[in-house]
Design a protein around this ligand. Structure first.
Ligand SMILES: Cc1cc2nc3c(=O)[nH]c(=O)nc-3n(C[C@H](O)[C@H](O)[C@H](O)COP(=O)(O)OP(=O)(O)OC[C@H]3O[C@@H](n4cnc5c(N)ncnc54)[C@H](O)[C@@H]3O)c2cc1C
Length: 403
């Protein structure tokens, strides 16, 4: 008889996991408390499938900037105080800011990124899915000779491990790549360009996948069902829903993003995840909309052309755990994007304001683990969950099949 799994969470990670299991012949039940897939952190993120630009957050440069982040109100900001879990997380994060850990974490993410691109290619070759996936290339704007050198070193590190194209460009070369870059902010001195990077809408992806999983793979999808606890993990997993119902399977897989510890902590398997809050909005295309996907690390924003509209996403506030849009944040994000690329879209017609929480670990690497017989975890993908979803699902499925 086929093995069975209950996948908790229908964000990009739960969807990738459900697919990887279902295509291996598992009987899968996918559960989410929301009424649709991708209603939390996967809803309206930066939309970048950044398979090669996988730099870990913790680095010597981040460590040097920590005092600035503690004082900051935008860009990257860090709350200096919190409970014991939060403080333990900060200590672990600081330990991951050495050059050796940055290298280790970045290369591990790069390997997972490339596995994810392969898995996404296979999926899209097999099934016609419409979610605006296209190769736009990714441009990372740089603002000083120091940033330029750091980006070059990071490129050399990755190119030493994997063969892929990533080129350094001076400011004067930017309009040749994309005429819209002629209007970029004056503080930009150059950029690093990765031509193979892609974009795609994660909300459209997840909901197209729900139809595919139901129709082609017999997956039972249950929305509006909140899991209150995982009651038992051996020899079978048993979960309880808020409505009192109980479900049983060979494995329960927790893909609940920043909500994962609510289910894992009572079982003694708490993982180091902290929310890193960010925002996004959309606006209509304009004559000056870039075709290439633009990331400005200094301003901590991305400006992405989704084909029929622009999306701007950004800010990273560590330790802020609510999905509420705080007053003034979208307006500020708009000002910062305008400052970076004033002609990137029609800033007078903003739509779809949104806030999400990146489920962030101290290493920037996700937790893909099987801590007990009938329990698995796929969570903690931080700023790269959309990018890493498909490869993470494959790794998790392979882990569950390893007996
Ligand atoms: C501003 C911003 C920009 C970003 N840009 C990018 C980008 O450009 N590229 C990229 O790769 N990544 C990006 N990310 C990161 C990416 O969005 C996340 O890493 C990813 O969405 C995490 O997916 P997830 O499935 O783990 O979590 P979620 O999408 O939050 O999914 C978890 C699901 O679990 C459900 N759930 C939780 N608890 C329960 C329960 N008890 N019972 C039932 N259901 C439950 C929730 O309803 C939710 O649907 C960005 C994030 C933000 C905030």
């Amino acid at each position: 008889m086929a093995s069975s799994a209950i996948v908790i969470g229908a964000g990009v990670i739960g969807i990738g996991t459900a697919y990887a299991l279902a295509r291996r012949g598992w009987q899968v039940t996918l559960i989410d408390e929301a009424e649709k897939a991708a209603m939390r952190s996967s809803h309206a993120n930066g939309a970048q499938l950044s398979y090669c630009y996988t730099d870990a957050l913790g680095s010597p440069a981040t460590f040097a900037a920590l005092p600035t982040f503690v004082r900051a109100r935008e860009g990257v900001s860090i709350r200096p105080f919190g409970g014991p879990d939060y403080l333990a997380w900060l200590v672990q994060f600081a330990r991951n800011c050495t050059a050796a850990r940055f290298r280790e974490n970045t290369l591990a993410l790069l390997r997972l990124g490339l596995e994810s691109r392969d898995a996404m290619d296979r999926l899209c070759a097999e099934h016609a899915l419409e979610f605006g996936r296209r190769v736009t290339g990714k441009l990372l704007l740089l603002h000083s000779p120091e940033e330029f050198d750091r980006a070059r070193r990071s490129r050399d590190l990755k190119q030493g491990a994997v063969d892929f194209e990533q080129v350094m460009l001076d400011r004067a070369e930017l309009p040749d790549l994309d005429p819209a870059l002629g209007g970029v902010a004056e503080d930009v001195v150059g950029a690093i360009h990765t031509p193979s990077e892609e974009v795609g809408d994660p909300f459209l992806f997840c909901n197209a996948m729900v139809d595919l999983l139901r129709e082609d793979y017999g997956v039972e999808v249950r929305f509006g069902s909140s899991v209150s606890r995982v009651e038992q993990t051996s020899p079978k997993a048993r979960i309880a829903l808020d409505n009192g119902e109980r479900l049983e399977a060979d494995a329960a897989v927790v893909c609940a993003g920043t909500g994962s510890n609510r289910l894992l902590a009572p079982l003694g398997h708490r993982i180091p995840i902290q929310p890193m809050k960010g925002y996004s909005f959309e606006m209509p295309l304009a004559n000056g909309s870039p075709h290439v996907s633009v990331t400005d690390v200094k301003r901590r924003i991305v400006i992405v052309n989704l084909g029929d509209r622009m999306r701007v996403a950004g800010f990273a506030a560590l330790g802020r755990g609510s999905y509420a849009i705080e007053p003034g944040r979208i307006e500020r994000l708009c000002d910062v994007a305008h400052d970076c690329m004033p002609n990137a879209g029609d800033y007078s017609k903003l739509s779809r304001p949104w806030a999400g929480l990146r489920p962030t670990t101290p290493t920037s690497q996700p937790v893909i683990a099987r801590p007990a017989q009938g329990l698995a975890i796929n969570a903690g993908h931080g700023a790269l969950g959309w990018t890493l979803a498909m490869g993470s699902g494959e790794r998790l499925a392979a882990l569950l099949e390893r007996d």
